[in-house]
Design a protein around this ligand. Structure first.
Ligand SMILES: [Zn+2]
Length: 352
């Protein structure tokens, strides 16, 4: 015991003696520190909003064009999103207020060529009422906005009636049409892992994936793939195969470690490569339906292979096909689509 204490004292002395810096620390006062922290919070929030804006810009046209593939899972949409500072944690509230420009429910995104844009709704508009339902500064106004513009009131109103304030003075009454989109919204995960998921209800894209999928064509492929899992009912099929997890992920095979636990059921993993291949296949049709260019989209898997070489070779026990298989399957699907276009055939995935 004495020996141990002696050792501890020695170690502490050693650390203190050697680990102390030799130079004087730069001084700053609390006010400077607070000011810098505030600048950084503002940058972080602006970055978050820009991720979300890009995600909506890329996902919305796909959800809209794919609506013909999801007749049983459509929702009305005006093509707009908003946010309230009330929904942010107290640490972020002031910053959110500054960036949004007030504590009301404020429009943060409007779909290009969507109904809201056509009716004249603009980013930064403050929502006062929708369908005569008043909006306030409390939490969860976005849920109310979604309900009023997308679902509940539409039996009473043929258009959504939006009352918004623009700037300090101008009050506008806008009648906004709706359009059908697939009801699988794309949401941002703040994880830095390069991944994307489908959970049967939503499409979840990580910040890490958004950075990896540098151009919008890559991101569109990822979104369309996850939409494929949802639309083709893979989650239900997985669960009926005694699947343990409820998420299917895009990049699981990339390093072979992400989802080992998730795909531990042998019955389910027997199907998972087929489901992944199917999601890749239908994704190309959804992209084409949205009029997105397919040329070069298979390169996503070459880029993935370059970053994660362990995923190049095929491995039948892996949850996902190898990047080499995925590149070829996507290239051949594009050939299939192009030959259908050339011969005037309808652009629908081939069924067995
Ligand atoms: Zn997948």
């Amino acid at each position: 015991m004495y020996k141990l204490n002696h050792l501890v004292v020695f170690v502490i002395f050693f650390i203190t003696a050697c680990a102390a810096p030799n130079t004087a620390r730069i001084n700053y006062d609390t006010a400077e520190l607070d000011a810098e922290a505030s600048i950084q919070r503002e940058l972080a929030l602006k970055k978050l909003f820009s991720y979300k804006k890009r995600l909506h810009n890329v996902s919305y046209p796909i959800l809209r064009s794919a609506s013909k593939f999801c007749p049983d899972k459509q929702v009305n949409s005006v093509g707009a999103q908003g946010a309230s500072s009330a929904d942010f944690e107290s640490y972020w509230k002031t910053t959110a207020n500054n960036i949004l420009g007030g504590d009301e429910f404020i429009i943060t995104w409007v779909a290009k060529d969507g109904p809201a844009a056509s009716a004249g709704l603009a980013v930064n508009d403050k929502v006062i009422a929708v369908n005569d339902v008043q909006f306030g500064t409390n939490k969860l106004q976005h849920t109310k906005f979604y309900a009023e513009t997308n679902r509940i009131q539409m039996s009473k109103y043929t258009q959504a009636k939006l009352t918004v304030k623009r700037g300090e003075q101008q009050v506008l009454n806008l009648s906004v049409n709706q359009e059908k989109i697939c009801d699988y919204p794309a949401v941002l995960s703040e994880s830095n892992a390069v991944n994307a998921y489908a959970d049967g209800r939503r499409i979840i894209i990580t910040k890490g994936m958004m950075r990896f999928a540098q151009d919008d064509q890559d991101l569109a492929l990822v979104i369309a793939h996850e939409l494929g899992h949802n639309l083709m009912g893979h989650i239900d099929k997985k669960q009926s195969n005694h699947m343990l997890g409820t998420l299917l992920d895009l990049a699981a095979s990339v390093n072979g470690i992400n989802t080992q636990g998730m795909f531990s059921s042998a019955g389910a993993s027997a199907f998972s490569q087929d489901f992944e291949a199917e999601a890749d296949y239908v994704a190309l049709y959804y992209m084409k339906a949205a009029d997105l260019p397919l040329e070069g989209v298979a390169d996503f898997w070459r880029d993935m292979a370059a970053e994660h070489p362990s995923s190049i070779g095929s491995n039948h026990s892996a949850s996902h096909p190898a990047t080499s298989e995925r590149f070829l399957a996507i290239s051949k699907t594009i050939e299939e689509i192009n030959s259908k276009i050339a011969s005037g055939q309808p652009l629908r995935p081939n069924l067995k």
